[in-house]
Design a protein around this ligand. Sequence first.
Ligand SMILES: *Cc1c(COP(=O)(O)O)cnc(C)c1O
Length: 486
Amino acid sequence: MTFRQARYDEPLIWEIREPAGTDPVELEGVPAGLRRKAPLAWPELSELELARHFTRLSQMNFGIETAFYPLGSCTMKYNPRVAELLARRDALLGAHPAQPEETVQGLLELLYELEGALGKITGLPHVSLQIAAGAHGEFIALLMTRAYFEERGETERTEVLLPDTAHGTNPASASMAGFTPRELATDRGLIRARALREELGPRTAAFMLTNPNTAGLFEEEILEIADEVHQAGAILYYDGANLNGILGKTHPGKMGFDVAHLNLHKTFGTPHGGGGPGDGALCAGERLAPYLPVPRIKREGDRFRWDYDFPRSIGKVKTAFGNVGLLVRAYVFLLAHGESGLTAVTERAVLNANYLARRLGELLPRPFSPLVKHEFLLSGAPLKERGVRTLDLAKRLLDEGVHAPTVYFPALVEEALMVEPPETESKRELDLFFEAFRRSVQDTPENLHAAPQNLSVGRVDEVKAARELLLSWKDLRRRSSPAPEG
Ligand SMILES: *Cc1c(COP(=O)(O)O)cnc(C)c1O
């Protein structure tokens, strides 16, 4: 038994049939100036042809409902149907961000309760749901950090420190917010408080940390780290993109963090990647709370309203509701699990990670400590002896009908692979993945170099793809018959 799926090579509808010059449909009430004047250059297909075309296209896609999706630092977990159904209710789909508060009391109450729950989960009680994604949360929190130091007159704090295990968005957000990011070397994947002390100083604005970190390791010296950062007057930032390693067990508040972002689209069962927009939450302790975006939801008796009265706030950063469909999904996820269910999520995710780490560790070396939280690293370095690289292995896994793990991150591990098996995977699926991985590692260098061979598209030229962006049929056509110059 494998995950392998059928191979399709579905043409574009323009390739199935030449454009026919469909006459424009006469729509009543459309002003004359807005009506289409020329026939539409679209191919005409029968309804069945069209249905088959799109069905086949959908099968060329890969999603969490196709097979295991072990992308580390991404938490690709099942998106429960109940949350999908509730997020698609007409009342919600028809709501408008500028609707009067009295007409969206139920939604405001839901968001208020979600804020409360996330405040409790993080131990940082002041919450904004306006954040569009993880990286947006980092950026906003750093703008809040700036505002905090500007108000205190500490404008010499221009540096943001982060470990060499940090997610790439951390230094990018720091630069975008006007700080200079500086990377610190970890010791066997961990930050040592004593070494950190040497690096902290009057120029440090913040230290950004993920815990457990992207190597799946829990920072053993986290309390000492928090003390050092605070003694230096800096902000301790928690990158909480993935909470699968600690949910219900501990929280960033207890570890001494000042502010945290959460990726609702990773931990809280809402779609991400190709499945839809992301959504985040920003949770702050007392130090940064006054700077959170406005408006914030205020409860007055049994009524809820938007409150703009936070004079030190950095302002509005997105529509007040945030990506509200994802907020509803996250709320349903929390209600469906309950407190003990959330703890069970972590226990199951950590068990899955350790089980799979132990099994895959028979095939490739693991750079750090044997026990991990929600994810783990492998090194594909020994494959180099056979002229094979981690990239080849990742492509070969696609031929097994499974998604590849995250590769070449973090950079401190040679030929890194990062695997994350969330709580929604069963032992059977993990064992299937192990077998797919074993077949891939043991395959011939020729097959590994040629992979993927079972997909509609073979190995793409990534440099060319990045340099020559052809994103639509029109781009392609323009390129094959370039417009005359001049
Ligand atoms: C995914 C991730 C981010 C970025 O989140 P986006 O929603 O993709 O912007 C930041 N940090 C870590 C550790 C992550 O895994």
